[in-house]
Design a protein. Sequence first.
Length: 320
Amino acid sequence: MYISRFIQNYYFTFLAKNDIMFFMISSTEKKLAAGFSIASNAVIIVLKFIAGNISGSISIISEAIHSLSDFLASVLTFFAVMKSSEPADKDHPFGHGRYEDMSGFIEGGLIIFAGIFIIYEAARKLISGHFLETESYLGIAVMGFAVLANFLVSSYLFHVAKKTNSVSLYADGKHLQTDIWSSLGVLIGLVMIKITGLVILDPLIALVVALFVLKAGFEISKTTLNNLLDGSLPAGELNKIRRIINSINGISGCKNLRARNVGAEKQIEITLFFEKNMTIEYCHNICDEVEDKIKEQLGNCSISIHAEPICEKCAAKKLK
């Protein structure tokens, strides 16, 4: 009996230490990714403003302003990741995960603003009909560098966001992805202007790019707003939880499955029914098995399970 208790205590202590180590590594990696995004955006902004002023291209200057919104979003993400990584405290007993959701929602708004600004500048240029000749070689070089740099940084952000389930890093990566499309559109416009001499192509391509930018902004805002309003997890993830519960022997039924995203964490609540003659220890072991399997499937989760004795009304009430 003493050996059994020692093994159980050692096992759960080992799990707890693993969870702490995973949290610390994830937190450090998220901070590194957010800081890297800030640095890359700062360099790109400076280069775009210099190229825009030297070449006289309004599209490049507009892109510099777009990148400025990327920079502000990256700074916002960095502080959101810093804050959300803090453990729960007296004033925030459920943690600080909402900071990531709020950061992502604001970033979606910044992307939408950037798309509207691009449309405004392109429309103003089309309406005025003033298409000035520009020195495009420098602009082509800077836009090409911006596309490559943002592709590499956004890929890294998506990788870390998927690994740590970070909403704000995903939003930041999506923000940079829109910058790739807008920079690529300006790059193509500058190349076409150089080849054909048709300067009207610059604002026309910018309008097309703005549609992609707006689409990304609305998608991010919709997802993060759903999290802020305690929207449910996607149906696919809820179905995974149902399949896990139905696959475990000893569970007689369940009800009140509720799940939501809070920053990088999924919070799940379930009520499980057990036979009346089962011991508390046996029910507890089954609940641990349910939690372990859900975490294997869905990653970072906080799971609360309420156990109840089975009754006639809830007999064989399996989730379908």
